[in-house]
Each structure stands twice: as structure tokens, then as C-alpha cells.
Design a protein around this ligand. Sequence first.
Ligand code: AMZ
Length: 282
Amino acid sequence: MEESPGPSVFPEFEVIPAVDVEGGQVVQLVGGQRGTGTRYGDPVESARRWVTEGAETLHLVDLDGAFEGDRRNADAIEAIGDSVDQEVDIQLGGGIRTPDDAETLLESGVDRVILGTAAVESPEIVETISQDHPGAVVVSLDAAGGEVVVSGWTESTGLDPAAAAARFEDRGAGGILFTDVEVEGRLEGVNAKTVRRVTDAVSIPVIASGGVASIDDIRVLREAGAAAVVVGTALYEGAFSLAEATDALELWVRMTVIHRDCIRQWLSRAVVTTTHNQLNRG
Ligand code: AMZ
């Protein structure tokens, strides 16, 4: 498999708040179905809130753009960019369908563009954009019933997400966004098995999304190999705060290091004892 030409998108694991915009308002759809879910008001206010609470990246989606192929919420998204661009990385998806769309956004302060429909329909678009913007294309492979779905998750493609992910890595994608559509927005937990299939198929970062209801779900996705996790409904509904998730992450990292050191010590002691016993016997 070819190396991704760009820098690694997530050198450290991140929890990324989602700001999905429909009709100019923040919304969290259930299973991605139009007309479902809850509205959470002004997108700039939400974006500012996540930045204040410590987000390092924001995940912005123009939902009308994803459904219609036309970036209807471009003004609302631009207002978010104007408000927070200097403080966080911005990744943006929904309705980005041509290299020109992508390049204009990347040159106006968006750090990564997320392409779903256009990437699946014309995979060479990933190479075209990546030539001038290495590592800046995240390919969105959202799956329902084991198949990648496009056009606002209304059309099945017959593609296997893990096999598709590997092909997009070869085309220079900087990362893969994998959303499990069936658990999205339901606050009922994640599906780590499907995430693991995708992370096993590629060496570029996989951003996992869909179903996070608790901090433990984030841990499970991290253990399934995700480089970052997008969280929407759980944060908007106050299941936990961004700061709580970040604190828990730091604790896991520390525990992992302590655990590793303990095993190393135990192993070296075991070797010393065995050698000592052998010498005594000899
Ligand atoms: O909720 C949905 N129905 C939905 C959604 N959140 N449909 C698409 N999307 C997101 C994808 C990706 O980030 O997860 O829109 C982006 C892809 O859009 P497009 O226009 O490139 O297919």
C-alpha cells in the first residue's frame, strides 16, 4: 500500500465535536434521516462552545449539501470559520462535489475537506485535490447494512467500506471518516466490529462516528484502532462533557503506560529469577 503523501492528520487521538447544519440550524438527525432528530440552535454558538470547552478540531457538515449536492449552508459554515478558524482545525463535508469546490474551501481556511458522494462516484477526484493539498482529503465511507451509502445516505452503492477504504488510501486520501449509519444519533452505543474492519484495512487515520453514548464508547472505538472519534448527540444532550472525555483519555494513556511498565518490570524480574535459579542449580 502506498504511503499517504501528507502529514498525519491526528498525531494524537482526538474527540471531535460535530456541528451538523440543516436549514441554518444545528441538528442531530437520527440514523441520518431527514426530518428526524433535535435542533440545537445557532451553529456559531455551538462551534464557539466546543472551542471554549477544549476542542482541537471541529467536524462541520452541511446536511442540505449532502442531501442536495448543493452547499445550502455555505454562509452559516463560513460564519463558523470566521469565528473559530484561528483556534481549531476545521474539517468540512456535505455537498463538496468538484475539485474547484474543495480547492476554494481549502484555500479559504478549511483544513480538511470530507468527500463522500463525489469520491465514490469519481474516485480520481481524491488524487486531483490531493496533488495540491496532500493529506487534506478525508473520504467519507458511511455504511448501512454493510454497504457504503451516498447522497445523504439515501443510496446504497454495493461497496464494502473496508475494501473501499484501502482503495482510497492508494489514491492519496489523508484519512477515512467511517460512520455507522445504523447507530448514528440513537445514543445506544457503537459498533466496534465494523470500525475494526476499516481500521485493519488501512494505515491512514480512521475517524469513527456514530452511536457514541458514553465515554466508554469512545474508549471502545479507540481500541478498535480509530485515530479520532466524532461525537454529536451525546455532547448536545449532555451525556458527558468534552472536558470529561479528554480527562478520561489522558487517564487511559497514563494507565496504558503504567501497565506496560509493570509488565516490563515483571518480565525482567522473571528473567533475573530464572537465570538466578539456573545458576544456582548449575
Ligand atoms: O446525516 C446524513 N444523512 C448524512 C451525513 N451526515 N449524509 C451525509 N452526511 C455526511 C457524511 C460526510 O461527512 O458523513 O456528509 C458528508 C458527505 O457529503 P457528500 O455530499 O460528500 O456525500
